[in-house]
Design a protein around this ligand. Structure first.
Ligand SMILES: [Cu+2]
Length: 112
């Protein structure tokens, strides 16, 4: 009877270590149907945002003009782009190929 309990305690111990080692938070935004989902997010400084292209065929971009991005960085189905936000503020971005046709925009609010 003692052995199963011991096994559970060991498992809990290691899962606690793993959880604390992976403390950096990742927020996922999907690109779907010519939109960002969710289009508006609020995060804490230090958070990593990952945009995942979940389309079947369509490429997109995540273009932060105010952060000095170069245009034309398209990513395809199954690919992703990431950015870590360390400074507070509101950061708007667009998908350049689809902002005019589908108003494809998003915003990241970084709040302490
Ligand atoms: Cu797009």
């Amino acid at each position: 009877m003692i052995r199963p309990l011991f096994t559970v305690m060991i498992a809990l111990f290691f899962s606690a270590i793993l959880t604390s080692a992976c403390a950096e938070e990742v927020v996922v935004v999907k690109t779907e149907a010519y939109g960002f989902d969710p289009a508006e997010i609020t995060i804490k400084p230090g958070t990593r945002v990952r945009w995942v292209n979940t389309e079947k065929r369509q490429y997109h971009s995540v273009y932060f003009e105010q952060l000095g991005d170069e245009p034309g960085d398209y990513f395809f189905p199954g690919e992703s782009r990431e950015r870590v936000f360390n400074e507070p503020g509101s950061f708007e971005y667009i998908c350049e190929p689809h902002v005019d046709t589908h108003n494809m925009r998003g915003v990241v609010h970084v709040v302490e």
